[in-house]
Design a binder for this molecule. Structure first.
Ligand code: SAM
Length: 273
């Protein structure tokens, strides 16, 4: 899978991408992250990428010209103008403001990292992992000129309800979460299946050697070698954790009759205690 990252601070990316699992995934050709410096697409003497906001106020705004040119060049898109985006503008006017508008001819998602986007989760990571190539656009300062969002971007993603100084960490978070869902990226091919959120539940607890540490023992069942019992214990621990920590997730999780019976038991126990 190919990630095309557009940023004013490309130097942020290599230290993370050149470590551990992402490094190996890259070396094995499972992912390819290309980081593009938006500043390379400026044409003035000072390589200006930002300007003061119209209407006044503090902060700077990322200019549209270098961002459009950078993404259009890398994706091989023809220049978007009022003429060739007019029809889609009509669709956008009719749609809810927060729904991303598809205004360019590219089928490649052009994702703006923004605290105003849909909040990233495992489901969105799964969805994006189905694409062979995605674009991640990192904002800085007060953000980007609105025309970039309106006419170039096809999706907007937030990593949570807080504001960071730039979109680079959010972009790395997306790359990491998506990459580990791709075939062969994790050493254990089933590694991502049991993860928290993958199946709508939190994952069961893990233990490793030693069997006893400072008097605290690992559960006997995990050392029993009885795989059926271990699987049952893990499922129940998953349900118990989700019930205790994130009961909201149980409403959407796919639960079997056995799961529901187990949860009923927990509720009764809780009422009695
Ligand atoms: N003024 C903007 C607003 O209130 O929506 C926030 C701008 S923020 C200081 C600068 C950049 O950081 C944004 O353009 C975006 O790319 C990135 N950013 C900040 N918080 C983010 C979040 N929660 N999720 C994704 N990107 C974020």
């Amino acid at each position: 899978m190919q990630f095309e990252v557009f940023t004013l601070l490309p130097e942020i990316f290599p230290p993370y991408l050149e470590s551990s699992i992402l490094k190996r995934a890259s070396e094995r050709g499972l992912i390819n992250v290309r980081v593009h410096n938006i500043r390379d697409y400026t044409h003035d003497k000072h390589h200006t990428t930002d300007d003061t906001p119209y209407g006044g106020g503090g902060g700077m705004v990322m200019k549209p010209e270098p961002v459009f040119e950078a993404i259009e060049t890398v994706l091989g898109l023809s220049s978007l103008t009022t003429e060739n985006t007019e029809s889609t503008e009509k669709i956008k006017t009719a749609s809810v403001d927060s729904v991303p508008s598809v205004v360019n001819s590219s089928s490649i998602p052009i994702i703006l990292l923004t605290p105003q986007g849909r909040v990233f989760d495992q489901r969105i990571a799964q969805e994006l992992s189905q694409h062979p190539r995605i674009v991640l656009l990192c904002g800085r300062y007060e953000g980007i000129d609105e025309r970039i969002r309106e006419h170039l971007v096809t999706d907007e993603i937030s990593i949570g309800d807080y504001v960071l100084t730039g979109g680079e960490l959010p972009a790395l978070i997306l790359i990491d979460a998506i990459a580990r869902l791709l075939p062969e990226v994790l050493g254990d091919p089933t590694g991502a299946q049991d993860d928290s959120h993958a199946m709508g539940l939190l994952e069961y607890p893990h233990y490793t050697r030693p069997p006893e540490f400072r008097g605290w023992k690992a559960p006997d069942i995990l050392l029993s070698g009885d795989h059926a019992k271990i699987e049952k214990w893990r499922r129940e621990q998953s349900l118990l954790r989700t019930f205790n920590k994130r009961p909201d997730m149980l409403e959407k999780a796919e639960l079997t009759k056995k799961d529901l019976k187990f949860l009923e038991g927990i509720k009764v126990e809780k009422l009695e205690s």
